[in-house]
Ligand binder design. Structure first.
Ligand code: GLN
Length: 490
């Protein structure tokens, strides 16, 4: 096909092509659907693709464009992490438990992006089971392969979202971040991703993992695309009791501000041993770029960083164990085909349909919440969570944004860490504290280490999404890393 646009075009570029009528929404959707058909068997980024549904949405978008009632995102393709409930679509959460679950309703994010904005869903992206993982290897639907090197993981838990965008199977993808699941796969796949402050994007209709940490967001090629998407996704929702009542923001308007005087905090705990020198080289080069752009550097400290991983795995597992108690085989989800009474039905349904990692979290979570252990583990973890939050508050008295690596190494090999959960958990060392504090964080491409993408993390104070996006955008105006794509996928 003579192609009028690149498969790796940004959302903003595709929006211009739609606006000047050089392409239709149906053409765009068909292009990505064809690529998915061709490349997904290898990458495994998608769990569900429904060509007819997608093309119906695209035709409706074209009609809206023709009628002159289109918004800025109307007709543009998007992939969704398979935990945003979408009416009539299978919503599996990467689990056998929900393998046949078709959602009867739309999550708020889905409603905003489709019913309101008029986007077109090209498919449902693979993910770690119930979003538990850092490598997308716990999915019931198999591991996702990193388009940069198919022997390696795409990161997790939103590995399908990341691989889909990185392989040019969708221009943007929704994702969620409970402990790093947007930033870490975005970093491994050379994408730009944002996790907003807790409460900015509604969690209504997002399958719950750890409710005090879960936050929806987006992955794209550029910070500008993240700004476009977040403007449509964010907003108060009375159906989510933790949603925050704040004025609606157009995040694209913040882009293009000069960085002169921006104070960038460098936490010493992010620059110590434990980070791959090749990753550090990319981060150091980014720091120099920011200095050239007019930012000043400040040394800061986040002294409780080393406690973030253990605290997170107590709190997240505790919340998971209660959230996942709803999967009992009664009202929805998997039910064991044979059982002997109600208790046995619960037991068999849960034993047969949850994977190893999910069971591990349920066991840990139930233990730390149980009588006699609650104070020693859960309550203590909550206390340290408060200290971690204070660390950030103190740092933000000295700086405007915090900068560091997204992850300690580039993408690791499939199978390399899966047998050792603690090794896997430690991979989240730089991202997890941000969720415990409820702050916004981003990852953006800042280099290649032996041909593998390196992620730069920017962390903002509460509701500093616009400032973060502007800082990321300024960096992308000055560098080319975000324009690099995996070889051989054009
Ligand atoms: N890797 C972390 C976990 O397994 C974070 C996952 C996430 O952010 N959803 O819980």
């Amino acid at each position: 096909m003579s192609q009028k646009f690149s498969s790796f075009a940004s959302l903003a570029q595709l929006a211009r092509a739609l606006a000047d009528k050089s392409v239709s929404s149906v053409e765009l959707a068909s292009h990505y659907l064809d690529r998915i058909e061709r490349l997904n068997p290898e990458i495994n980024a998608f769990i569900t693709v429904e060509r007819d549904k997608t093309l119906d949405q695209a035709r409706a978008a074209d009609a809206r464009i023709a009628a002159g009632t289109a918004g800025p995102l109307t007709g543009l393709p998007v992939a969704h992490k398979d935990l945003f409930c979408a009416e009539g679509w299978r919503t599996t959460c990467g689990s056998k438990m929900l393998a046949d679950f078709v959602s009867p309703y739309d999550a708020t994010v889905i409603h905003k992006l489709h019913a309101e904005a008029g986007m077109v869903c090209v498919g449902r992206a693979n993910m770690d089971e119930f979003a538990m993982g850092s490598s997308n290897e716990t999915s019931y639907f198999g591991a996702v392969k990193n388009p940069w090197d198919t022997a390696r993981v795409a990161g997790g838990s939103s590995g399908g979202s990341a691989a889909a965008v990185a392989a040019g199977l969708a221009p943007v993808a929704t994702a969620t971040d409970t402990g790093g699941s947007i930033r870490q796969p975005a970093g491994m796949c050379n994408l730009t991703g944002i996790k907003p402050s807790y409460g900015v994007v509604s969690r209504y209709g997002m399958v719950a993992y750890a409710s005090s940490l879960d936050q929806g967001g987006v992955m794209a090629h550029t910070a500008e695309d993240c700004a476009l998407m977040l403007s449509a996704m964010a907003g108060f929702d009375e159906r989510d009791s933790t949603s925050l009542e704040r004025p609606q923001e157009d995040y694209t308007r913040a882009l293009g501000q000069p960085l002169h005087g921006l104070r960038i905090g460098l936490p010493k705990e992010f620059f110590g041993p434990g980070c791959d020198p090749a990753v550090m080289a990319g981060v150091q080069e980014a720091i120099q770029t920011y200095q050239k752009l007019g930012a000043t550097l400040v040394d800061v400290s986040l002294p409780h960083t080393d406690l973030a991983v253990p605290v997170y795995y107590v709190i997240a597992s505790a919340e998971a164990s209660t959230n996942l108690s709803r999967y009992d085989g009664v009202r929805f989800g998997y039910r064991a085909p044979e059982y002997d009474g109600l208790d046995d039905m619960y037991k068999k349904s849960r034993s047969q349909a949850f994977g190893e990692e999910v069971k591990r979290r349920i066991l840990v979570g139930t233990y730390v919440l149980s009588h006699g252990y609650y104070d020693a583990y859960y309550l203590q973890a909550q206390r340290i969570r408060r200290l971690i939050t204070h660390d950030f508050a103190a740092a933000f008295t000295q700086c405007d944004i915090i900068l560091g690596p997204t992850a300690p190494t580039p993408a690791f090999r499939i199978g390399e860490k899966i047998a050792d959960p603690v090794q896997m958990y430690l991979f989240d060392i730089y991202t997890i504290a941000v969720n415990l504090a409820g702050l916004p964080g981003m990852s953006l491409p800042c280099g290649l280490a032996n041909g593998l993408p390196v992620g730069l993390q920017l962390i903002g104070n509460y509701f500093a999404e616009a400032r973060l996006l502007n800082a990321a955008h300024a960096y992308q105006q000055a560098t080319d890393w975000h324009r690099q794509h995996p070889a051989g996928l054009d």
